[in-house]
Design a protein around this ligand. Structure first.
Ligand code: ADP
Length: 221
């Protein structure tokens, strides 16, 4: 079990909704906020607390206990003005981790300037990941290094997501060695990753082992 953390999801469109639900299912505390009554009603059973509120009001945010969460995620769709204002409030309130969904490059720049710790741009991020996967296939995908022995890139199987490298016990369970984690968000290659690093859905695992062991792990994906 990963460490239980406290999240606030502000804006429950498709993105916020699925994120809130998955974080809650993963055992975390989730406060969800939206102005839309129907959506709040719908997410109720999948959160610790679901509230109808306008997040652009700083006092409202404070009254919801937003200052006590570890991470806030802001996803207000096309309301760029709202997402900028909410991010500013969260920064002033002193949140350490503020993840915001941007809808344009300019929006992303503004969010970075006012202090969002992570800005995501799902359509762009996904398109780049897909392009990377499609174009790097056959290149690094499978690299034989000795007879019967290879290095393989693999998108993490569902059961790996949210777990730490230590918890996965890849050597004991599958007989493979994790040599790097390619992270897309933020984009970097994490060589010799820390045992405490948590696997994200957007990561690519670089694994080394016998062809047989690699095939086995690939089949679980
Ligand atoms: P996304 O792609 O980010 O999920 P959507 O447009 O599908 O975008 O959803 C955005 C959600 O944000 C809507 O449910 C809307 O009601 C909500 N929202 C917009 N402005 C505010 C606000 N000021 N406070 C709370 N929720 C808001």
């Amino acid at each position: 079990m990963t460490e239980k953390r406290k999240f606030a999801i502000i804006g429950l469109g498709k993105f916020g909704f699925y994120l809130a639900r998955r974080l809650f299912e993963n055992g975390h505390e989730v406060i969800a906020v939206d102005t839309n009554k129907e959506i709040v009603q719908e997410i109720k059973d999948y959160t610790t607390q679901a509230i109808i509120a306008d997040a652009t009001n700083k006092e409202t945010l404070l009254s919801l206990g937003i200052d006590e969460v570890d991470t806030a995620i802001v996803s207000l769709g096309t309301r760029m003005d709202h997402s900028i204002l909410v991010t500013l409030h969260l920064k002033e309130i002193g949140l350490k981790e503020i993840v915001v969904k941007a809808i344009t490059e300019d929006h992303r720049k503004i969010l970075e300037i006012i202090g969002a710790t992570t800005v995501i741009f799902p359509e762009k991020d996904m398109a780049e990941k897909l392009a990377l996967n499609l174009s790097s296939r056959n290149l690094m995908d499978y690299l034989p290094i000795a007879p019967g022995f290879s290095i393989m890139e693999l998108a993490p199987p569902n059961g790996f997501i949210g777990k730490t490298i230590k918890e996965l016990q890849l050597r004991n369970v599958y007989g493979v060695q994790l040599i790097a984690v390619k992270e897309l968000i933020p984009e970097r290659v994490n060589l010799v990753p820390s045992p405490d690093a948590v696997i994200k859905e957007s990561d690519v695992l670089v694994l080394m082992g016998t062809d047989e062991a690699l095939k086995k792990i690939e089949e679980t994906a």
